[in-house]
Design a protein around this ligand. Structure first.
Ligand SMILES: *[C@@H]1O[C@H](CO)[C@@H](O)[C@H](O)[C@H]1NC(C)=O
Ligand SMILES: *[C@@H]1O[C@H](CO)[C@@H](O)[C@H](O)[C@H]1NC(C)=O
Ligand SMILES: *[C@@H]1O[C@H](CO)[C@@H](O)[C@H](O)[C@H]1NC(C)=O
Length: 483
């Protein structure tokens, strides 16, 4: 590498880095007990080979004393270093190169006893929420000398293994004081230099006061119940106000309940709620707009509530009406169907319960038929004898023997002595009224048996006296059909 290139590089380094390294500010605050330095800012053409920087401290308007180096005050190139700076070091300092001079007024403040930083000694940093927040512990003078660097937030170590930087998207909780501590070692003693950033996270959403909720609200209210309309705002300025448009004085059932609260971690901000309470809701409170307005120096905003009647009990009665209507229609339909299909339904019903009504009807039939009859024909047979027959026999006998309305014809199919159960009265019967069936002999139509029978029957024209099974069984005497 040629010498010319080396010179060029050196110049470039000086020009670029000089504004950062030297101290231009006229008034400087230093913390007592920390290492401190000043660097002379004289223009580049004075940085010649073998230039001499002279440091002096002024005591009053006319007295200037040259600063001598010691264990504590060290000249390092064109800088003066204090290891550490003391309260007595305050005052006006100047550096001179040739005729040129820089001046500073140094103020030394005591360290805070409770905090790792001093509130007057802060570098402010404002970051919008969700934007990148970057804190890096670098020192343009002591960085290289530091044997250790630590990062503290509000004087507690930042989580993470010896972290000396933070790079993240800002959240509201990131607000705080971040202190970088550079640990140094000089002449057998330990020192530390602090650098504190006061970080503020701004919530862009909350820059102006705002009302919560939709601007138009249709709300239902039930008559006789309480209704609360909630108008809440976040106020950024205590001069901002919210109010209900027409705060009704005459209505005794409406009150405005005002509440305030301070959101955590924010100064000047205020949550304000104006609750409009209607208790109880009356007819005249319905179908009206209720307007709540936020008024600030810059803007105004209104949210509106329209109170609708809630269909409460009226709704229920309508439902009941519909249910009654539907069920009565169903009942009418069922009745009509029953009338149309009554026969089918009855037969089906009988099949289901298997009841035999003929058993009880039969006694009345026997009685009326017996009363209509003029002859009682008794056929004595072993094959057929039941309670029904016995009843018919006894009531017939009663008519014949007691009432004397019916005449009895007894046909002996089997000899009478076998029938021990027969009523005694039957034995009193006149012998000509007893006809004996003599098997094959009685079978022909012109046999004695049939002639005797015809004789005992009431007189009628020959045509109708036919002892067919039809006339005897099915029409005239259904109860005796099986005889
Ligand atoms: C930094 O130095 C001061 C003064 O020497 C001392 O009181 C303080 O404890 C030191 N801080 C830390 C974190 O070591
Ligand atoms: C009113 O609305 C605010 C914002 O939505 C809410 O925080 C508050 O709890 C509400 N108050 C009542 C009484 O409902
Ligand atoms: C609320 O606002 C509506 C719409 O602007 C208006 O018609 C109504 O009169 C207002 N109500 C009150 C009580 O001021």
């Amino acid at each position: 590498m040629s010498l010319r290139v080396l010179v060029m590089l050196f110049l470039a380094f000086v020009v670029q880095s000089m504004p950062d390294l030297c101290t231009f500010r006229g008034y400087i605050t230093a913390l007592e007990g920390e290492p401190y330095h000043l660097r002379c800012c004289l223009s580049t053409d004075h940085y010649q080979r073998n230039h001499i920087v002279r440091w002096s401290k002024r005591y009053g308007p006319h007295r200037t004393v040259a600063v001598n180096s010691s264990d504590r005050i060290i000249f390092n190139d064109d800088a003066i270093e204090f290891w550490p700076i003391k309260m007595t070091d305050k005052g006006t300092y100047s550096c001179a190169v040739g005729n040129q001079e820089n001046k500073w007024n140094i103020i030394v403040t005591k360290r805070s006893e409770h905090d790792c930083f001093h509130p007057d000694y802060l570098i402010t940093k404002e970051v919008e929420v969700a934007k990148s927040l970057s804190i890096n512990c670098t020192h343009d003078y002591y960085q290289k000398e530091a044997y250790n660097i630590s990062l503290f937030k509000d004087c507690s170590p930042v989580p993470g293994n010896h972290k000396t930087y933070i790079l993240k998207n800002a959240v509201m909780n990131d607000t705080g004081n971040y202190t970088c501590i550079f640990f140094l070692y000089k002449n057998g003693r330990s020192f530390n230099v602090t650098k504190t950033f006061s970080v503020k996270i701004k919530d862009t959403q909350e820059i102006i006061s705002t009302l919560y909720g939709n601007s138009i609200n249709y709300v239902e209210a039930e008559l006789g119940k309480e209704k609360i309309l909630n108008c809440t705002a976040l106020l950024m300025d205590s001069a901002d106000i919210i109010y209900w448009d027409k705060e009704p004085n005459n209505a005794t059932n409406i009150i405005i309940d005002k509440k305030k609260s301070i959101p955590s971690g924010s100064s000047g901000k205020l949550y304000v709620s104006n609750l409009l309470k209607i208790k109880p809701v009356k007819e005249e409170n319905l179908n009206i707009w209720y307007n709540c307005t936020l008024m600030t120096a810059r803007n105004s905003e209104t949210i509106r509530f329209f109170l609708k009647k809630k269909e409460g009990p009226a709704d229920v009665s309508r439902h009941i009406f519909i249910i009654v209507l539907v069920s009565s229609a169903a009942i009418i339909f069922l009745v009509i169907m029953c009338i149309i299909y009554r026969v089918d339904i009855m037969l089906c019903y009988r099949d289901l319960i298997r009841r035999d009504e003929t058993l009880t009807a039969i006694i009345d039939d026997v009685d009326s038929l017996i009363k209509k009859s003029r002859r009682l024909i008794i056929v004595l047979s072993e094959n057929y004898m039941s309670d029904k027959v016995r009843y018919e026999l006894e009531s017939g006998l009663h008519e014949a023997l007691v009432e004397r309305k019916i005449k009895i014809i007894l046909i002996e199919f089997t000899p009478i002595s076998n029938f021990t159960f027969l009523p005694q009265s039957l034995k009193l019967l006149k012998s000509h009224r007893i006809l004996k069936w003599k098997a094959d002999k009685s079978l022909p139509y012109n046999s004695r048996f049939w002639k005797n029978l015809r004789y005992l029957m009431p007189a009628k024209t020959a045509k109708s006296i036919i002892f067919s099974s039809d006339s005897l069984g099915n029409e005239s005497l259904p109860g005796l059909s099986k005889l």
